[in-house]
Design a protein around this ligand. Structure first.
Ligand code: PLP
Length: 302
């Protein structure tokens, strides 16, 4: 048995700035007992909170679904995140302008004796931490990722960014066991998403993604891809996509805050298209980097 020692990374817990090994919550926190909470992961490039307003809007939607009051205004969230981002850069001695970080924030319903119902009036538990962003490797960008497929056995409220993540944990482990990078999920033969990313296909130059509904977490990259596609004249549509269409696609892509956009070149051991990252991936990746640069030029963010 082995309990890893936590690194002394700066974090925020219920109004206090502290270090990860010192942060403590009650065993009766409903996040611990039920996974009764929500979270967000905000990418930060050189102190610029990328798509902050969109992340906050999704957080507000997730909280509203679970009837958990939002303990902070957007500007309060922004101030907490900025402080942690600076503390982290200072603690590593890195130049904050050159540091890419990811900020994780979590809100649970709070502490109470165990009772399934959504007990009203509790004080939410608020936790925020940051670390260096773990980005895809050079090899993954150059050669593409390999994925396996599985039935989507998760619950039917995937649009809530909930800390109840056992379905995602089990889905991701399928790819770990197969020495692959991600698990692409199908519900009744139709594409939903992957364990921790959205999935896109390209056919005859058109970018296709599953609809924004309860079966997927709408990644912040949905709207970003719409913008990039519009700028670059790439046709794009959201609709149900069958397993056969995924396997016959010219390109398959993953997207998430940390992966940004990543080509998939192998699925269940078979090549996707010609087995190389494709032209639409290249355009989306370039558009993504341009959007990051633009966001940094438009600073200050909150
Ligand atoms: C299940 C799932 N779908 C999609 C995404 C992508 O969301 P975003 O692009 O906002 O990171 C994630 C991100 O973690 C996820 O866990």
């Amino acid at each position: 048995m082995n309990t890893p020692t936590l690194p002394p990374l700066p974090c925020y817990l219920n109004g206090e700035y502290t270090l990860l090994p010192d942060a403590r919550v009650s065993v009766m926190d409903r996040g611990f007992i039920f996974g009764d909470g929500v979270y967000e992961v905000v990418p930060v490039y050189g102190r610029c909170l990328f798509r902050f307003e969109q992340h906050m809007a999704r957080l507000e939607r997730s909280l509203a679904e679970l009837r958990i009051p939002n303990p902070n205004t957007r500007s309060q969230w922004g101030a907490i995140i900025q402080r942690l981002v600076s503390d982290y850069a200072r603690s590593t001695g890195a130049d904050p302008e050159k540091l890419d970080q990811m900020v994780y924030l979590q809100i649970t319903r709070g502490v109470a004796l165990r009772e399934h119902a959504m007990l009203p009036g509790l004080t939410p538990t608020v936790f925020v931490m940051t670390n260096t962003m773990k980005q895809p490797s050079e090899a993954q960008r150059r050669d593409g990722a390999s994925c396996v497929t599985a039935e989507d056995f998760r619950w039917q409220k995937a649009h809530i960014k909930s800390t109840s993540l056992l379905g995602s944990v089990m889905a991701r482990q399928i790819s770990v066991d197969a020495e692959a990078d991600e698990t692409i999920l199908f519900r009744d033969g139709m594409l939903s998403e992957a364990a921790a990313s959205n999935v896109w296909i390209v056919k005859d130059g058109e970018l296709l993604g599953p609809p924004r509904d309860h079966l997927v977490l709408e990644g912040i990259r949905y709207a970003l891809f719409e913008e990039i596609c519009q700028t670059h004249g790439i046709p794009m549509a959201l609709r149900r996509i069958s397993r056969a269409e995924v396997l016959a696609a010219d390109e398959v892509l993953l997207s998430s805050a940390t992966k940004e956009v990543l080509p998939v070149t192998r699925i269940d051991g078979q090549p996707v298209g010609d087995g190389r990252p494709g032209p639409v991936y290249a355009q989306l990746y370039a558009g993504y980097q341009a959007a990051k640069l633009q966001a940094r030029l438009r600073r200050p963010s909150p």
